[in-house]
Each structure stands twice: as C-alpha cells, then as structure tokens.
Design a protein around this ligand. Structure first.
Ligand SMILES: Nc1ncnc2c1ncn2[C@@H]1O[C@H](COP(=O)(O)OP(=O)(O)O)[C@@H](O)[C@H]1O
Ligand SMILES: [Mg+2]
Length: 581
C-alpha cells in the first residue's frame, strides 16, 4: 500500500471542486472529499499545474475551502461478479432499493453500498485443472445464477499467460474466498475471486477478435425486424420528440428481444419514472421463460435530480456490465434511455470547466464521446471459440423533435440503424411511431431484400398520393393512385403497427413475420380491379379488419388457420392473381 495522498480544497463551484495536491495525481482518478464523517466520491476531470479539478458525485453543500481530499489512485470502477442480475443500481453501482430502504429516495450523500453482497454464497463448479494455461477473460469455473452458468473469469486486466496452480473443489463460496490460484510467467501466484473490478471508461477487450455483426437480433417488433433491422452486436438509435413512445418501445424490446441479458441505462425524463421502475420492474414476467424478467436484467437508474456527474457515469457503468456478460459468451442488449440526458450532463460539466463550447453549447468532444460509447457494442469471438455480443440501442430526445441538433446528428453518424419516431405518427396513434419514410438500417433483415424494398416502395408511393390528395382532394386522384394509397395504408395498419396491449400482437416471432410478410407482399403486388374508389375502400377496410383479427390469433392455432382461410376467401372473390399458394 502506498501512503495516502491528500489534497486541500481551494475552490468550490457547484459540483466542481478544485484541490491543490503535492504528489502526482491522475486524470479520471477517484478521490474522496473528507467532510467530517462523510466521504464524498468524486472524479478528477482535469489537472492543471498542482490543481486537480474534480466533479463530485454528490451534493456539495456545506463543503469548505481547506477541507481535505483523499486521492485513491484508482479509476472509477464497477465490481463485476455474480449477483448483479435483477439489481437496480444507480450510476455509481449503489443498489437503489437498498439505498432507498436506508435513506428514502432522497439519498443521503456519502453513502455507498456494496453492489454485490459479501455474505452471499454461490455454488461453484471448476472448469480447469492444475497445469492448464489460461489468460484474462478465460473461465476457471462457473456458479449457478438464476438461468445462467455465470463464468468466473481470470481478471480482464491480467496480462500474459497463466498456469493454473490450484482450483477450488465444487462447493459453496463467497466473493471473498479464492476459487483458483494462477501462476504467472515469473512464478508468482495470484488468487482469482468470484468478482473483479473494472474501470468503466475503458472497454473490456479480453476476447480474441471483434467480428462484423451479421445475424439479425430479432426484437419481435415487425417494423424493426422486417424493415429496419438490428444486428446482434450492432447499434441503433431511437430519436423522437417527447411523448412519442421511445420509453414504451424500449420496454417492449427489453421484454421481447432475443437477448440473453438486458442491461437498461434509464435516465428518467419524467418525475417519478424511476420510482415507478423500481416498483414495477420486480413484478414483470419474462414472456419467454415465464419467470421474473428481472432474472436476466440489470438496471442502471438515474433521476434528473441526481448530481450531474453521477448521471454522466451511468452509461459507462451500464456498458461495462454489458461487456462483462458478453465475455461469458452471452448475447447482451444494452438500452439507454435517453442518451440526451447523458449529453446534457456532459454539457453542464463542460460549462463548469469553462471549456470552449461547440454547437448548442455542447463540448467539442460530444461527438467522440458518443462514438466511443457506441463503439463498445460488437460481436466478439472469445478465446474458447464461443461468440458473445453487445447490442446498443439508444433513445435520443431532441428538443421539439428536431433531428438536426448535435446529439441526434452525432449519433446518426455512428449507429447502424435509425428508428426515427415522428410526432405525426404518434399523434395518429400509429404505434410503434417509427416513421418508415425516414428510418433506415444497414443490417440484413429477416425478410428477403427484394420484398423488403418493395414494401418500402409501396409506403413511399402511398405517401406521395396522400400528400397529393391533401391538395387536390380524393376526387382529383386517379383510381390506380388511390389503390396504391390504400395498399400502403393496409400495409401500415396490419403489419407495421402493433398493438402493445394485445398479448399476441405485441410480439411477432421471426417465422411468423416471414410468413405474414410474404402473404402481404403478394397482396401488395397484386393487380386489383375495382369499379370505383368506394368499392376499393370497402374491400381494403374489410380486409384490414379480418387481418387484425389474424394478428391477435396465436401463431399456427386453429383460429390462425381459419382466419387465414377467410382472408384467402376475400382475396379470391376479388380475383387477385393468386400466386400465393
Ligand atoms: N406502443 C404504444 N402503444 C400504445 N400507447 C403508446 C405506445 N407508445 C407510446 N404510447 C403512449 O404514449 C405515451 C408516451 O410514451 P413514452 O414512451 O413515455 O414517450 P417518450 O419516452 O418518447 O417520451 C405512453 O404513456 C402511452 O400512452
Ligand atoms: Mg421516455
């Protein structure tokens, strides 16, 4: 242990504190401000001469110039190990329900709770034998945690190759008891524990290689999977005006997406949103496993009343936890809601540092920070050949829904898919309000590419006609144009829109999407002959109604088959070119 390095406060300005030091300090080092019995966590964000400027993760009321600061020599880190699943942490990895129990939702400052309980016992099984060689990120064993075998890994920071000296027998261990001893190349022995710490701002790279994301991550939202897909290990963003449905969409995806683990970084935009999450989250049931959803979820929760620095750190805490599970060969989905809150925290801190502001007073490094956050997503091949992934989806809430602002623009430059919510769609209650005319994806869909493009073409054409009709009225529109419009509306209502309150319609599995899309594709591609617009309108209304019933029918149930027959009957009457056998 090195001697404690101490500094003295020379200036306090909001959550920024400056301290003079004698022995060297590090950028991003964690320091504690000592105020009576209190120890307030902070991080050095700039060093100038012998002055360290620190952002304090706590309320700085009553602090005085001259008080002591203790430098830790460590970067802001999280503890990674079994016991995180089902937890709700704040940005500094304090378990929120426990904190709330101790001091209410208005947190007392200077209280830090062990994120992973010390006394908790885990059933350990070894995976290596003495003499085996291992390196950082390799599993020496596993413990059973809820649905998973939670790998116990060689600390990610250890460099080089190690020889297993001893490994614990199967049995029950706490995080303080070593489960293996490894010998390094020089012959020194190091213990391995069930948990390890990792600095949140540095990506975990204990894998063999990063691969290009190619496999779709099925979310069971038709509009996403079929038209604007997300890839496992890829990135996407959901910008949208306030109240357009970003949070509801993220919640639907968190329940239904085909991911092993979901990490949610929630920066509450509305008062009470966080308290609501803490209360309702433990009661949600996973539609896939019929067990508590919390069994495969970790939530990092911040309210806008928490100090700005704590808010800023939460996305890093979340992505580090996501990377940890990826190291076990799991597919992880990280949902950040909303990244605009994070950007605002960056802006506030930059303002206090009096840095030269960029566009809309955001710091010049806004873009690079956003880029390096999304770069932590990815599909990786581990040393044992298995693959794991982190997929990142970020909601963005630009003021007034104006996508030209810096946060949306910086995000659009780096993500692989864009799901833009539009006010006009949410006002019309067309949910999910992802606007198919502005959204895009660079990833491969579960749908045949030609059909997918044809679907988008129909939507564009329908929109052109709709815009024209606003000017010339329905009478001024030709029958063929009007039919194009009806087709696009039909496609939107029966396929793109999904009823979040219908237990079947809220989530459409991949095979069903492929089946139904193909069916619709043939309808859209058929030549209908109608005597007049009324007849066309009537036909599509009827079709739409039956189709919606189909969407509510259990996949492959008798009701599903019967309704399909009914639809085929309607189409047959219309003498549609029945190429869909
Ligand atoms: N898929 C949906 N189905 C039905 N209602 C929705 C849906 N998405 C959003 N809403 C309605 O819009 C409201 C605001 O949605 P929310 O996700 O909180 O917006 P945002 O996060 O974009 O501000 C919800 O409370 C709900 O009433
Ligand atoms: Mg929201």
């Amino acid at each position: 242990m090195t001697a404690k390095r101490i500094g003295r406060i020379t200036k306090i300005s909001g959550n920024m504190v400056t301290a003079a030091f004698d022995s060297p300090v590090m950028q991003n080092e964690v320091a504690f401000i000592l105020h009576g019995e209190e120890r307030l966590k902070s991080e050095i964000i700039r060093v100038r001469g012998n002055l360290a400027e620190m952002q304090v993760y706590e309320d700085t009321g009553r602090l005085r110039v001259g008080e002591h600061v203790e430098f830790t020599g460590e970067l802001l880190s999280v503890e990674l190990g079994p016991g995180m699943l089902g937890q709700i942490f704040d940005g500094l990895q304090n378990p929120l329900p426990e904190l709330a129990e101790q001091c209410g939702f208005f947190l007392k400052r200077g209280i830090y709770i062990d994120p992973l309980p010390e006394s908790r016992e885990w059933q350990f099984s070894p995976l290596v034998q003495p003499g085996d060689t291992v390196r950082a990120g390799d599993a020496v064993g596993f413990v059973e945690e809820k649905l998973f075998r939670h790998s116990c890994m060689v600390p990610f920071s250890w460099e080089g190759v190690f020889k297993v000296d001893s490994v614990a027998n199967p049995g029950v261990y706490t995080k303080r008891q070593p489960v293996a001893h490894l010998m390094d190349e020089k012959g020194s022995i190091h213990p391995v524990f069930l948990s390890q710490t990792w600095p949140v701002k540095i990506p975990i790279r204990a894998y063999a290689e990063k691969l290009k994301p190619t496999e779709p991550l099925v979310t069971k939202m038709r509009l996403i999977d079929s038209l604007f897909p997300v890839a496992r290990g890829g990135t996407y963003c959901i910008p949208g005006p306030f109240g357009a449905g970003k949070t509801v969409l993220q919640q639907l995806i968190s329940r239904h997406a085909d991911a092993d683990v979901v990490v949610i970084a929630a920066c509450g935009e509305r008062a009470g949103e966080v308290v609501e999450t803490i209360k309702t989250f433990p009661t949600l049931i996973d539609p896939r496993t019929h067990r508590p959803l919390s069994d495969r979820t970790v939530i990092i929760c911040n309210t806008s009343s928490m100090p700005v620095a704590a808010r800023e750190s939460s996305v890093y805490t979340a992505v580090t936890i996501a990377e940890y599970y990826r190291q076990m060969g799991l597919h992880v989905l990280l949902l950040a809601d909303s990244t605009s809150r994070w950007a605002q925290a960056m802006r506030e801190m930059s303002g206090r540092l009096e840095e030269i502001p960029g566009e809309e007073a955001f710091p010049a490094y806004l873009e690079s920070h956003i880029a390096s956050f999304y770069e932590r997503a990815g599909l990786v091949r581990l040393h044992n050949g298995a693959t794991g992934s982190v997929t990142i989806g970020g909601a963005v809430s630009p003021a007034g829904g104006n996508f030209e602002e810096p946060v949306t623009q910086a995000t659009l430059k780096v993500v692989g898919a864009f799901h833009g919510l539009s006010r006009s769609r949410s006002d019309a209650r067309r949910y999910p309000a992802i606007d198919p005319l502005i959204s895009w994806s660079k990833y491969r869909s579960i749908i045949d590419e030609i059909q997918r493009m044809r679907g988008q073409e129909i939507l564009r054409k329908g929109n052109d006609v709709a815009q024209m009709m606003k000017v010339v009225g329905e009478e001024g529109t030709s029958l063929p144009d009007y039919i194009e419009y009806l087709k696009a509306e039909f496609f939107d209502f029966v396929y793109l829109q999904q009823n979040a309150f219908d237990p079947v319609d809220e989530a459409t599995p991949e095979d069903r999407q492929i089946y139904v899309f193909e069916f619709i594709y043939h309808i859209l591609d058929s030549n209908f002959t109608f005597k007049n617009k009324d007849e066309a309108l009537h036909f599509f209304q009827q079709l739409r109604q039956v189709f919606r019933g189909w969407n509510s029918a259990q996949w492959k149930s008798e009701e599903f088959r019967n309704t399909e027959e009914e639809i085929r009957g309607l189409l047959h009457e219309r003498a549609v070119s029945a190429s869909h056998a």
